[in-house]
Design a protein around this ligand. Structure first.
Ligand SMILES: [Zn+2]
Length: 118
């Protein structure tokens, strides 16, 4: 699969990252307590295809429940632009809304995280 380079950032722009993905992607919307609250749209990207460009020291971590997911927030603006999900241990989940010019959405998966994951 051909991979393109994409860029994203938090709201204040202090945290910037890039990742590699195909032109057309699958996006997950999850109904668990935190995803639902934030209206988060998940794009899963393998760890090796993701790189923080700047602002790593501004990342703050939050965990709850089983503590397997590491929710990462910008200390300055509070945006959760990406994090370590429990459902995909070898990938980060990037918030689609934080990507500058993102890939096309091939399809949307509605994931029942409320009952399967916390
Ligand atoms: Zn920020």
């Amino acid at each position: 699969m051909n991979k393109n380079e994409y860029f994203g950032s938090c709201h204040c722009g202090e945290i910037k990252f890039k990742f590699y993905s195909g032109e057309s992607v699958e996006v997950w919307i999850c109904n668990c307590s935190i995803c639902d609250l934030l209206n988060y749209e998940h794009l899963f990207i393998k760890h090796e295809d993701f790189k923080i460009i700047q602002g790593k020291k501004l990342l703050s971590e939050y965990s709850f429940g089983t503590k397997k997911a590491k929710h990462l927030f910008c200390k300055k603006c509070g945006t959760k632009s990406f994090y370590q999900p429990r459902s995909h241990p070898n990938s980060y989940s990037i918030n689609l809304k934080c990507i500058d010019n993102g890939p096309d959405i091939k399809n949307v998966i509605h994931f029942d995280g409320k009952n399967e994951f916390n």
